[in-house]
Design a binder for this molecule. Structure first.
Ligand code: AMP
Ligand code: MG
Length: 327
C-alpha cells in the first residue's frame, strides 16, 4: 500500500485509482474513510471484504457538493433541503429515500441511503476529481476503533487498501451524526458533531435513538462497536477514584480537577486527561488516537468517566459506551 500527501498530483493519483475501481483511504473532518466508486458493485464488495464488514451494514455515500446529493438520494422529504443548506458541507449524514440507480450493496438492500457532503477540502477535491459519488465507511476493520490518522489506517488495513492519502489528524475525531429523515419524527441514529441541540433548532421535532426501547436499524447502532481490544469500564463523572482497577489499569478522565482527584487516589498506573480545560470538542478530537495508542501498549484495562451529556459530549459518551460493551 502506498501513502501520499495532498499535493495536486497526489490527489490526481487518488482520483485515477478511484475511477479504475480501486480503494483509497481519504481524510475527512470526522474520521478517515475507505472510499470507492459508488456505481461499481465490485468495488463496493471490496470495501466490505477489506473491512470484514457484514453486508447488512450500509455504507455512507459522499458527494463533493450539496447539489450532487440528488444523484443518489431524494431530497424532497420535508426539511432535507433546509438541513443540507444549513449543515453541508459538514459532519451530518442524512438517511433519505435512495435513487433506484444506487447499488443494493451500498444500502444493504434498504430503500434508504445515507448521504453526506464532507467539509474537508481534500475529501471534496478527491470526490470532485473522481467525478463520481464515493461510498466511504470508516477505514477500519468492522467493530474496531475508527481511524483519525493515516497511520491508523496503514496499521489496520495495510495492503487491503490501494492508496492512503495522508491529510494529517482529523479535526472532529468522531464519526458523522446520522439523522434518519425517513422516520417521523426525525431520528438521530448516531450522535456526532452536529448536536441534538443544533438539530432541534432546525427541525420541528427530533429524537435520539434510544437503545433501551428501540431495536437497531443498522449495525452502527449495535451496542458493541468502535471497540478497543482492551476491556473498557465506563463510569459516571467523578466516580473513578472509587473504582477497583486491576494492576496496569489506565484512567481516561475529563478535566484538570478530575485528573487531580484520580491521580491522588493512586489506583491507576496511568491517567490520561481527554481535555484539561474540560472541553468536549477537544475530547472528541483526541478520543480515538488516545484509544489506539493505549490499545497497543501493555495495559490491562481502561476505565473512563462520562462527559456531560450535551453537544458533542453525547457522541463521545456514545463511543465510550460502545467501546465498553462486549458481545
Ligand atoms: P460508517 O460508514 O462506518 O461510519 O458506518 C455507517 C453507518 O451509517 C452505518 O453503520 C449505519 O449505522 C448508518 N447508515 C448508513 N446508511 C444507512 C441507512 N440507509 N439506514 C440507516 N442507517 C444507515
Ligand atoms: Mg464505522
Amino acid at each position: 500500500m502506498r501513502v501520499v500527501g495532498t499535493s495536486a498530483s497526489d490527489l490526481a493519483l487518488a482520483a485515477d485509482i478511484l475511477r479504475s475501481g480501486g480503494l483509497v483511504a481519504i481524510p475527512t473532518e470526522t474520521v478517515y474513510g475507505l472510499a470507492g466508486n459508488v456505481w461499481e458493485p465490485k468495488t463496493l464488495a471490496r470495501i466490505f471484504e477489506a473491512k470484514n464488514r457484514p453486508q447488512f451494514d450500509p455504507l455512507i455515500v459522499h458527494v463533493a457538493n450539496p447539489d450532487n446529493a440528488d444523484e443518489v438520494a431524494d431530497l424532497s422529504l420535508p426539511h432535507a433541503r433546509q438541513l443540507a443548506e444549513a449543515l453541508w458541507p459538514g459532519p451530518l449524514t442524512m438517511v433519505l429515500p435512495r435513487k433506484p440507480r444506487v447499488p443494493d450493496l451500498a444500502t444493504s438492500g434498504l430503500s434508504t441511503v445515507g448521504v453526506r457532503c464532507p467539509s474537508h477540502p481534500v475529501a471534496r477535491r478527491i470526490i470532485e476529481l473522481a467525478g463520481v459519488p464515493l461510498a466511504a465507511p470508516s477505514a477500519n476493520p468492522f467493530g474496531y476503533l475508527s481511524p483519525t490518522r493515516a497511520e491508523h489506517v496503514a496499521n489496520q488495513l495495510g495492503e487491503r487498501v490501494d492508496l492512503i492519502v495522508d491529510g494529517g489528524p482529523c479535526t472532529i475525531g468522531v464519526e458523522s451524526t446520522v439523522l434518519d429523515l425517513s422516520e417521523s419524527p426525525a431520528l438521530v441514529l448516531r450522535p456526532g458533531a452536529v448536536s441534538m441541540e443544533q438539530l432541534a433548532l432546525l427541525l420541528p421535532s427530533v429524537q435520539l435513538f434510544d437503545r433501551s426501547t428501540q431495536s437497531p436499524r443498522a449495525p452502527g447502532q449495535l451496542p458493541s462497536h468502535y471497540a478497543p481490544r482492551l476491556p473498557l469500564h465506563l463510569r459516571a463523572s467523578g466516580t473513578l477514584p472509587s473504582a477497583r482497577p486491576n494492576a496496569m489499569a489506565v484512567a481516561l478522565c475529563f478535566g484538570a480537577a478530575s485528573y487531580k482527584n484520580i491521580t491522588a487516589s493512586g489506583k491507576f498506573s496511568r491517567v490520561v486527561d481527554l481535555s484539561a480545560r474540560a472541553d468536549p470538542v477537544d475530547a472528541a478530537a483526541v478520543l480515538f488516537s488516545v484509544l489506539h495508542e493505549l490499545d497497543t501498549g501493555s495495559w490491562s484495562e481502561l476505565w473512563a468517566e462520562r462527559l456531560p451529556d450535551c453537544g458533542i459530549g453525547r457522541a463521545v459518551n456514545d463511543r465510550l459506551y460502545k467501546a465498553s460493551v462486549k458481545d
